[in-house]
Design a binder for this molecule. Structure first.
Ligand code: ANZ
Ligand code: ZN
Length: 815
């Protein structure tokens, strides 16, 4: 039979033709092209089903837009730096570059096998010096703009990977904080580290989320939580010390102030103590001559930060309540976090759960200053009351409703000031590893940390050496250099950048991937940005997508970009499951696309579910995609083989013609909304109708051919090789990838109204006469719809076995 679809051969042929004709290359002069981007893959060795799904979605959409007449930018590149390459190289006794290059070759081949339509002339690889020099260049621009900080910080340290981990790289397993890669328990270390000041943009990053209407609400909510914006007040307390312990504040106290941050400033009258974190300046100062404080600070530092309970140590300092003048004890307490708010709190045990717990442990007074409005029985001795209400024991504010009091107390007292804090921390970009962008800094004994002059960029990585620690530390020759400022012998920075730096701006490099004197072409960026549609896994909701937004804003402030948001529409794709588990190489349940051929694989991942839903990979489900492919191919082949069609037009030909129109309209709508699974359903239904049409009668040549061409065009974005093959059989020339998206001939809306009427009428017919014994209900649908009045009535009459009681004319009238 001629209709066997030999996927390997078909794929190879069309891939050759597409490449020969450069059909996916976007001209640099294109005006405002549609920018469709899938998150570029980490070069881990092979493509997995998550990649295939991700790229099938972007490819289908890019192809759809191209057929609609848009210029389309659909590039691909490689997220090629990172620890796993270094680990793999170490295990395989090779070096990260060779290993990464081998991965890229294999993955590119796999992408090509799938027939994804990328503009490969724009391919970028982040471990190329031509790429990472721009990380360095941008680092230096950020540095000039005050967006880079070099600070000692206590960091998460994985003893096995011998590297610092970002908080997000620390996973929680059975209550243990472990390395996300190797699951070794994570320790703490103090190191000088490089940071990007993302917190400078906290407010804009937060505010901007409301306007990102093309983003899933779930992702925006994750970002909101990550930024953790909180409104409240900063409250200043005078603090003095009583070093000799004689309870006489008079002569031996040094005055100072401590600011606290509170979301509930109206509870200020209920403050019964002050507590600062062990990392607070006051704690350090007190530790100098107070052994108890020094010991406590020490223990907390060595402790897992999540383990901290409500222990703490009372100090010899005293705080003065700014409104009442009362003297409050000052504690150093582990539950107060150094990098939240000001690193200090006023303790209000009656109205804050943590303060309540602390007060319980340390026998501190609990003073109620808010009474619930419904006069509910509350006993703050047993439990904090955290709700709203009216103030009491608060002097002139007694009786004031708490939300109103919040505003008044801040407005009317100099010690309180409106303030906003964020949970977001500055972005620690230092990694003590080899396989990343060298941070372009020289450390000079006299001049400090000096940026490498621009004309000496890139600072290239030295040869890889196998050591347990940071290979750059061992690269003595590479490290030795001279200070750019004073010429004295100096040492290169041996930290490399977090790979999230690479992915924070790669979408801009695709615009002008070979540009030699800037990271990207500014004019082109103004025209081509933002990315119109970005697709990827929602594991990137917090970090990658926040960093891209930060970069875009920082670049805009550097005058390099007009846009302040990088991505207009974001699609997060669900997970492909296999036996209920995520399909991944680490679980050994990866199904390789070659097994089923590109078309079946693509059709399946697109038709199984809405892009944002998870779905199960099962042989049975795959079969459905395979069958659709075989059906379409078979129909195109048969038509060509036995193309003896009817010429004169009959009633039901119109019906089929209008169903073709209706399918085009419906499938277009589904493509617009990324509902590929529903587009596939429309296609499947039209194919079924056309088959019945063909079996019922000899089909009308033009109508039938148009139906088949429509199928080829509608399936092409999802299954492009199949689309080309069918298109070619039916037309003998031209490429479907370059064809126009089909349009309805007739008035689809009018037809849809009519069709609904027909459907209802058919129900009426069934009600009037029991047509259960009509063994061809499908034929009825077709015929009724085609020529609905008379033929339907005839059939009903037939079915009733010529029963004289049936009044055909009567039925027809009622219809
Ligand atoms: C006094 C107060 C009274 C507070 C009250 C709350 C309720 P949540 O609780 O998640 O909304 N806070 C401020 N800085 C802190 C730090 N560095 N470490 C630990 N806790 C800190 O977060 C806001 C509250 O967290 C702040 O408001 C403060 O306690 C506490 F009835 O101040 B509150
Ligand atoms: Zn110097």
């Amino acid at each position: 039979m001629t209709s066997h679809y030999d996927h390997a051969q078909v794929q190879e042929f069309w891939q050759y033709v597409w490449e020969r004709d450069d059909v996916y290359e976007l001209d640099d002069d294109a005006v405002d092209p549609t920018y469709v981007l899938g998150m570029f893959p980490y070069t881990s060795g092979t493509l997995h089903m998550g990649h295939v799904r991700n790229y099938a979605i972007t490819d289908a959409y890019a192809r759809y837009r191209r057929m609609c007449g848009d210029d389309v930018l659909h590039p691909m590149g490689w997220d090629a730096f990172g620890l796993p390459a270094e680990n793999a190289a170490f295990e395989r006794k090779t070096d990260p570059r060779s290993w990464t290059e081998a991965c890229i070759r294999r993955m590119r081949e796999e992408l090509e096998t799938m027939g994804f339509g990328y503009d490969w002339s724009r391919e970028i690889t982040t471990c190329d010096p031509d790429y990472y020099r721009w990380n360095q260049w941008l680092f230096e621009r950020f540095h000039e703009a005050g967006l880079v900080e070099y600070e000692a910080a206590t960091v998460n340290w994985c003893p096995d990977c011998e590297t610092v981990l970002a908080d997000a790289q620390v996973s929680e397993t059975d209550g243990d904080r472990v390395c996300w890669r190797c699951e070794t328990p994570v320790g703490r270390r103090e190191l000088d580290q490089w940071f990007f000041a993302i917190t400078d943009y906290a407010e804009e990053l937060y505010e901007g989320l409301d306007d990102l209407e093309g983003w899933p609400e779930g992702v925006r909510e994750i970002q909101r939580n990550w930024i953790g914006r909180q409104e409240g007040a900063r409250i200043t307390f005078d603090v003095s010390r009583d070093r000799d312990g004689d309870d006489d504040r008079g002569d031996d106290s040094d005055a100072g102030t401590v600011d606290v941050f509170s979301t509930r400033p109206e509870t200020v009258h209920g403050a019964t103590y002050l507590a600062v974190s062990p990392g607070h300046d006051l704690a350090r100062e007190l530790a100098e001559d107070d052994d108890a404080v020094a010991d406590y600070v020490e223990t907390v530092r060595d402790r897992d930060p999540d383990e901290v309970g409500f222990d703490g140590v009372e100090t010899d300092a005293t705080a003065v309540h700014p409104l009442t003048g009362a003297e409050l004890p000052v504690y150093v307490a582990g539950y107060v976090l150094a990098d939240v708010g000001t690193g200090a709190v006023m303790g209000v045990p009656a109205h804050n759960e943590r303060d309540h717990a602390f007060a319980g442990e340390h026998d501190l007074p609990i003073e109620r200053v808010i009474r619930p409005d419904d006069d509910a029985e509350i006993d703050v001795e047993t439990e904090a009351y955290t709700g709203e209400g009216s103030l009491e024991e608060s002097g002139e504010y007694d009786g004031t409703e708490s939300q109103r009091a919040r505003e008044r107390i801040v407005a009317e007292n100099d010690a309180l000031e409106d303030d906003v804090t964020y949970r977001l921390r500055d972005w620690l970009i230092s990694r003590q590893r080899y396989w990343g962008t060298p941070i372009p800094i020289v450390h000079c004994d006299d001049c400090g940390a000096v940026p490498v002059p621009e004309d000496e960029l890139p600072v290239e990585l030295p040869e890889f050496v196998r050591t347990t620690g940071n290979p750059l530390d061992a690269a003595e020759e590479w490290k030795a250099t001279t200070c750019p400022d004073c010429g004295a012998p100096a040492e290169r920075e041996t930290d490399t950048m977090d790979t999230f730096v690479d992915s924070s701006w790669y979408y801009l490099r695709f615009l002008s991937p070979d540009l030699a004197d800037a990271p990207f072409d500014t004019d082109r960026a103004d025209d081509w940005m933002p990315v119109d549609v970005y697709v990827g896994g929602d594991e990137h909701a917090a970090l990658h997508l926040l960093y891209t937004r930060f970069f875009t804003k920082a670049l805009a402030d550097l005058g390099l970009l007009e846009e302040r948001e990088p991505i207009r529409e974001l699609k997060s794709q669900g997970t492909v499951l296999y036996d209920g588990e995520k399909m991944s190489s680490s679980k050994g349940n990866v199904v390789t696309p070659e097994e089923y051929g590109a078309e079946t694989t693509r059709l399946f991942v697109l038709s199984a579910a809405h892009p944002e839903q998870d779905f199960e990979w099962t042989a049975n489900n795959v079969r459905g995609a395979y069958d659709l492919q075989q059906t379409l191919y078979g129909m195109a082949t048969e038509f060509v083989d036995e193309g003896d069609a009817r010429l004169e037009r009959r009633g039901h030909d119109d019906y089929v013609a209008r169903e073709i129109d209706r399918t085009i309209a419906a499938a277009t709508e589904e493509y617009e909304r990324f509902r590929f699974h529903r587009a596939a359903t429309e296609i499947r239904e039209l194919a079924r109708l056309l088959r019945r049409y063909r079996e019922y009668d000899r089909p009308h040549g033009e109508v039938y051919r148009r139906g088949l061409l429509t199928l080829a065009a509608l399936i092409a974005p999802m299954a492009p090789h199949l689309g080309e093959e069918c298109w070619n059989k039916l037309r003998g020339e031209g490429l479907v990838v370059e064809a126009d998206w089909p349009e309805p001939d007739g008035d689809v809306a009018a037809y849809q109204r009519e069709r609904r009427l027909v459907d209802r009428t058919l129900e009426d017919v069934r009600d009037i006469v029991d047509v259960a014994d009509i063994d061809e209900p499908e034929r009825i649908d077709l015929v009724v719809a085609a020529d609905w009045k008379y033929r339907a009535a005839e059939l009903v009459a037939d079915a009733a076995g010529g029963d004289d009681g049936i009044d055909v004319d009567g039925i027809v009238d009622r219809l």
